[in-house]
Design a protein around this ligand. Structure first.
Ligand code: SF4
Length: 580
């Protein structure tokens, strides 16, 4: 079937009979985008009790509400499903150009259901101005992401791609979904990484989605003149603000700060500081730009932050991009691998085979901690990832995540929440991070919201976690990048002009709160209980920091209050999604 959209359409793909349908976008979802839209679709259409890797799970690819417009840094895409890693709802958010391109084409979401009876084949979805078609992609089977996307994108100079690597095809629970970055490079270096969303795409035998907006220009706002003026004034003010300074050198430069705060995982979180931290400091990556090439770039069209580092090797050849703080912390420090160059190799390998660098780093650290690999053995870690093509048992174990490796090796120290590995920011010094890891429907996920403020009281930490969870839910639904750090007041200004209707303060906070409610409701129906709002015992019993005194000790009664909303404070509207 081949249909052409006009404006605001949905693409429904049934992988059981390989049919494609384009429908009008329902009015009831008008104010939803990205994460909130994904949550609502899953709540209304997916059985929360389903097998995450079976035909009843649903994969949602939803650009943010402002994707495809000229609003700065606003084209991100949400990938949602029931997670095979946590058993709960999942939204993983990615940059790259596919979100922008789907937005320009007028598609608010792609909803993928069903599963082919024969799982040997591979399929690709082609989305262009001419329509949407599903085609055989058997010749892409088993291909690593870089080669696969390079081959696919030879079809058009204006297209972008969403793809999975062999980890997704093997349905490994740490598998990611890759998106190609901006039109100059078009590399699959951006990932909706967390929760095994790539395994769900793999379970549907969907290897890639090709999105080509051709020469279509940005989507127009209802009040386009005022919208353009707001873009201009926001960008000008933003570039002279502390928010710009915080992120424009990339997250990799946060390594020394995290170490100073005792929140940098070292050797599977047995310490919160790394004695060799200097060689992992992302500032050293910046120092190579002049000699080796590379530099900072925008991962998606229209990003004014440009926080993504492009990393070259010592021969001046491209190696990887978006080498983030999280990757340096989990694949580096937590495994006692302390040369950033080694971590860059591991990052590229994860991007190639399609694995989450956080989950994979945590899984390798558990493997090392349990005696399955020497600490700091970068060569062995690289070989382990390369061995995915041979289906090495240890590689498959690591690809299934930290909790799986812990269970298999009968190792108790496995830092997870809801089955998902913790991101770098250790919750023992940062209580609000721990509260988010416990209470977010997503499992341990720093992008769900926290503040980098140590020594908070339980009450302040609870409030900070709640407020930033609301703000992050709004931002992840808008298409804005969290590293732009827009406030709720700023998001609602853009919404009001784009939609041509006033979006008030109560409205915008309500969008975020409703998104969280939808996600919690899905998890309730999937069988989660209040007792599941907890961190692994190693984080509540084993201390780090001075005298090993820091443990996560927020009581369950405090955590239980997360879902009882207090009236929003005035400060809510000025809170950035993440930060100090
Ligand atoms: S701020 Fe960074 S991660 Fe966000 S869209 Fe821009 S380059 Fe990508």
């Amino acid at each position: 079937m081949n249909q052409t959209p006009t404006v605001d359409k949905l693409i429904r793909v049934n992988m059981t009979d390989q049919s494609v349908t384009i429908t009008d976008y329902p009015e009831k979802w008008r104010m939803l985008g990205g994460r909130a839209l994904s949550a609502r679709i899953l709540l209304e259409e997916c059985n929360p009790a389903c097998d995450p890797l079976g035909p009843d799970n649903i994969l949602v690819l939803a650009p943010g509400l402002l994707a495809g417009t000229s609003a700065p840094t606003s084209g991100r895409i949400s990938v949602g499903c029931k997670s095979p890693l946590t058993g709960g709802i999942k939204e993983a958010n990615s940059g790259g150009d596919p979100g922008q391109h789907l937005g320009r084409l007028g598609y608010r979401a792609i909803i993928v259901t069903g599963q082919p009876a024969n799982r040997d084949g591979r399929w690709g979805l082609v989305v262009t101005e001419q329509g949407v078609t599903l085609e055989r992609a058997d010749d892409f089977k088993g291909m690593w992401n870089y080669a696969s996307c390079a081959k696919l994108l030879t079809r058009s100079a204006t297209a972008s791609a969403i793809s999975i690597g062999p980890a997704g095809e093997l349905m490994l629970k740490g598998a990611s979904v890759a998106t190609t970055d901006n039109s100059k490079s078009r590399r699959p270096a951006r990932h909706a990484a967390r929760g095994g969303v790539g395994a769900v795409m793999g379970s549907k035998c969907l290897k890639w989605v090709f999105v080509d907006p051709g020469k279509l220009s940005a989507r127009q706002a209802v009040n386009q003149k005022a919208f353009a003026a707001l873009n201009k004034s926001f960008s000008k003010i933003y570039r002279s603000s502390p928010r710009y300074e915080m992120f424009r050198h990339g997250t990799a430069t946060a390594v020394p700060l995290a170490n100073m705060l005792n929140t940098l995982p070292y050797r599977n979180r047995t310490e919160g500081q790394n004695p060799h931290v200097d060689t992992l400091d992302g500032n050293h990556i910046r120092e190579t730009f002049e000699k080796r090439g590379g530099g900072m770039h925008n991962c998606l069209a229209g990003c004014i932050v440009q926080c993504s580092n492009v990393v070259h090797d010592e021969n001046g050849e491209y190696l990887t991009s978006g080498l983030e703080f999280e990757t340096l912390s989990l694949l580096g420090s937590s495994c006692d691998i302390n040369r950033w160059e080694d971590v860059a190799d591991l990052d590229r390998l994860c991007d190639e085979v399609g694995l989450d660098t956080i989950e994979t780093g945590a899984a390798i650290a558990v493997l090392m901690d349990s005696g399955g690999m020497p600490w700091g053995d970068a060569k062995a870690a690289k070989n382990l990832l390369r061995a995915i093509d041979q289906r090495s048992e240890t590689t498959l174990d690591v690809g299934n995540g930290a909790a799986h490796v812990g269970r298999k090796r009968k190792h108790a120290r496995v830092p997870v929440a809801r089955g998902q590995a913790l991101p770098a920011w250790d919750p023992r010094p940062l209580k609000s991070a721990g509260i988010t890891y416990c209470t977010s429907a997503m499992g341990a996920d720093h992008t769900a919201g926290f503040v980098i403020v140590p020594n908070q009281s339980d009450e302040d930490a609870l409030l900070a976690s709640q407020e930033t969870q609301i703000v992050n839910a709004v931002v992840d639904s808008s298409g804005f990048c969290a590293f732009l750090a827009p406030t709720l007041d700023e998001v609602r200004e853009f919404y009001s002009l784009y939609l041509g209707r006033e979006v008030g303060r109560e409205d915008i906070a309500g969008f975020g709160w409703r998104c969280l409610q939808d996600e919690w409701t899905f998890n309730d129906r999937a069988g989660f209980k209040p007792a599941d709002d907890a961190l692994a015992e190693c984080l509540t019993k084993e201390g780090i920091g001075p005298g090993h005194s820091l443990v996560f000790d927020v009581a369950p009664e405090v955590l239980a209050r997360m879902r009882t909303r207090q009236p929003p404070r005035e400060s809510l509207y000025g809170v950035p999604p993440m930060g100090a």
